[in-house]
Design a protein around this ligand. Sequence first.
Ligand code: HEM
Length: 205
Amino acid sequence: MALQLTARQLGWLKGVLFVLALLPLARMVVLTVTGQLVEPLEFITRGTGDWTLYLLTITLAITPVRRLTGWNWLIKLRRMAGLYVFFYGLLHFLTFLWFDHFFDVQEMWKDVLKRPFITVGFIAFVLLIPLAVTSTNGMMRRLGGKAWQRLHQLIYVIAPLAVLHFWWMKAGKHLLGQPILFGVILGGLLLFRLKGKLGKAPRLA
Ligand code: HEM
């Protein structure tokens, strides 16, 4: 039988996950202010980039795991996970704007247009904005279910762009192991969701 949670248990779980998702940020802050890092700026830019990608992967895994296990309550965690993707993506972008360009927006634009891996990351981040903005129940109602779902299919563009951004960055250093791993995982998750949409995914729930 599929695991069921009461509203109270789900509330607790949400609270715990909310705090857990802040721990990577807390760790970056603590290591920086206590002077334990040799290259703090690089560590924070990379750390926020890594967590944007990890949380994107977790968010995309929720629907496949829900279908395979029948744990339908997982869907209630998806919005928070998605908003955390945006949160870490925003921090990642702001650290780039701050540490790399000292908030000089013109210089930042030049860099975004000059370096392809940054262009791709920037597009992925910009596409996350409408998803975050329309994540509330009110926006969902205002847009209507169909339009909302169509808009949120942007995730099928965002995930490949995120992997391409990571791959391009690491390609120069011939470190392709992790980008390939994330490419395979995210590709598998997107295919599973796509198959589900076409009605072919195994539905155990
Ligand atoms: C969905 C959006 C994004 C995701 C998932 C993402 C993810 C990542 C990842 C995983 C890394 C590599 C971290 C590592 O080395 O372990 C990275 C690095 C980086 N990203 Fe992003 N990123 C995104 C958007 C952006 C944006 C909008 C910018 C700037 C406009 C940006 C600029 C950078 C820079 C400068 C680095 C570090 C390069 C280096 O240290 O040489 N990224 N990103």
